[in-house]
Design a protein around this ligand. Structure first.
Ligand code: ZN
Length: 247
């Protein structure tokens, strides 16, 4: 039988120890709950244009096709200026009913030439791409900012490859855009056609915005894919449940 003094010394110590352990465990549980419930990398947290791009961002953008009010709310929150477009109906394969144009009437917004008219999920993707990839790549490689993105357009009722047969392109539902060049604040223009193989800061910038697009868009095609893409980056949000194709 242990001496009585041991019981009186370990009793209070044990209670203090248990209380500290309980507090630590509660704090850990709270932190884990916060992380699991709210972290942008989780599949169930709502998409935010202020959060970094995570492993489920493309899947969340995909889901915006069925939630136009939330899609509009994201563009509203981004405060870059947008307006909904009237629906376009052009047969079973072409048209859209969730189009927007990024009006870009706020000072911090990059302008598109011609004005980008895309599906709402594509517009959300473009805002994310600019804010989190294009601007950072321009600062890193070119030491300036992008003022304007020159495109070959978005909506076009056509099949993949432009032929008479085969599946319709994502362009047929305004769910794609072709990026040709970037006009910079210092007056330079960096184009896919002119600088993809320049082997300098301009080609490094172009490849970084392509690589970044691959983490965000369902499909990213560049001059590395084929000759049809030697003068532009094709970006689309084909509804594939979050899977990505990048070339
Ligand atoms: Zn395209």
């Amino acid at each position: 039988m242990p001496p009585a003094i041991s019981a009186t010394a370990t009793g209070p110590l044990s209670i203090t120890f248990r209380a500290i352990l309980l507090i630590i465990l509660l704090a850990l549980a709270l932190r884990t709950y916060e992380w699991v419930a709210h972290d942008y990398r989780m599949p169930w947290t709502p998409l935010s244009l202020a959060a970094p791009i995570g492993p489920f961002t493309t899947r969340k953008i995909d889901a915006l096709a069925d939630d136009t009010p939330f899609c509009h709310a994201l563009l509203e929150e981004a405060a870059i200026g947008y307006s909904p477009l009237p629906p376009v109906s052009a047969g079973p394969q072409c048209g859209y009913d969730n189009g927007v144009t990024l009006t870009r009437d706020r000072p911090q917004a990059i302008a598109y030439s011609p004005a980008a008219k895309t599906s709402c999920p594509m517009a959300v993707s473009l805002v994310l791409w600019e804010n989190q990839i294009v601007n950072a790549a321009a600062a890193l490689h070119l030491g300036t900012t992008v003022e304007q993105i020159i495109t070959y357009g978005s909506y076009s009722c056509r099949r993949i490859g432009g032929g008479q047969t085969g599946n319709y392109s994502e362009h047929a539902t305004a769910n794609a855009i072709d990026i040709a060049a970037f006009r910079l604040a210092d007056g330079r223009t960096v184009s896919v056609a002119g600088h993809w193989n320049a082997n300098d800061e301009r080609s490094r910038f172009l490849k970084e915005v392509r690589d970044g697009a691959c983490s965000l868009f369902a499909t990213t095609l560049s001059p590395d894919y084929n000759e049809a893409h030697e003068d532009h980056l094709h970006l689309d949000q084909a509804p594939r449940g979050g899977s990505q194709y990048c070339r």
